[in-house]
Design a protein. Sequence first.
Length: 372
Amino acid sequence: MCKIAVSAPVMLVGKGVNVAPLGPDCPVEMVCGVSPAELVPLVELTRGGHSECLHFGAVAVVDKYGVVLAHAGSPQFVSFTRSTLKVLQALPLLQSGAAQALGLSQAELALLCASHNGEAMHVQTAESILAKAGQDYRVLRCGCHVPGLFTLLDKAPPDGLAYDERHHNCSGKHAGFVAMCVQQGWPVQDYTEPAHPLQGAVRAAVAGAVGMREEDMPMGIDGCSAPNYAMPLARLAHGYARLATGAADTEFGDSFALLGEAMTMHPDMVSGTGRNDLALMRAGRGDWISKIGADGVQVMASKSRGEAFAIKISDGNKPALYAATIAVLEQLGWMDEVQAAELDVWRGADILSARGLAVGARRACFGLEVRA
C-alpha cells in the first residue's frame, strides 16, 4: 500500500496565488477544493526502486439498487462522466421508439455509445445512421480531429490523410442525436445547445438512470461540444449496474437490454483496434460492459452480478487508469485465470526505455474497502 506522510509544512507559491502552508493542519481543499479523504493513491510508478509518481483517485463499486459494496477513496467523489455517459445519452433515442422506427442495427446502437478510432467500419456505420435519418455528416456538430487510430495508438498518420466529422470519436453519439431530432421534428442546426429539447430529454434520462435530480448534476461542455454532467462516482456506477440488469430494470429495461447487448456483441464498434474497452469486453465473454472516458474515467459492469464500478484517476493518466481497472477486477474476483492472463498486459507493470529495457515498474497500491 502507498503511504503519504507530511512531516513539515510545504509552501505553495504561484503567480497570483496567495502563499499557503500545506501541512497536517492545512486542508488541501483550501487550495484546490478537494478533500484529502476523497482521493487516495491508486497507482505508483517506481524507477530504480524509488517512488517516482503517485496517481491519486477514487473507486466506487455499486449494485443495481445503488448500494455501495466497496470503495477506495470516497465513492461520492464528484467527477465529470465524459464519454462514459454516452450509453445513457442514447436512452431518449430508444425510449422514444425512434431507434426502432429508423431500423437501427445492433452495430449502429453500439456506435451510439462509442469513443471510436475513426476506422473505416466506424465511419461507414456513422454514415448509415445518418442516411437512415435522411442526413449527411455535414450536419454533425462534433467537429473533427485526427482519427484515434493514430492519436490514441501513438501512430503517425499517413501524409495527406483526409478526415472529417465522421472520423470524430463521438460521431456515433452525434449521429444518434441528429436521428432523434429528425424523428421528433426538432431543429438539427443547434442540437448541442443545452436549451435544445434534445438535450433536455438527455438530461432527464441521465438523471433518471443514475437516480439524481437534474439540478444536482453540474453541467459542462464536453470536447465534442455537447453537454456533459458531473456526478458522484457511486451514481455513475449505479447507472451502469442498472444497464447490466437489462430487461429486468423497471424503468429503462428494454432500452438497457438493447444497448448492453449491442456493446458486448460489438465491442469493436464501441472502441476499436488496440483499445482497452475492446480487450475488456472480449475478455468478459459477453458479461462485462466497459466504457472509458477522457481524463481518467472508467466504468465497468457485470451482467451476471448486477454490479458495476467507476474509477477516476485525478490526473487523467491512462496507463494508471488501465492498471487500476485490472486491479479492481482482480480484487472483486471477476476474473478467472484465463481472463487475468489475457488482460495482464493492461497492468503496464514494466516501464520500458526506448530500447525496450525494463527501467521501472507500475503497480496498483490500493485495497478496496468492502462494506459490511
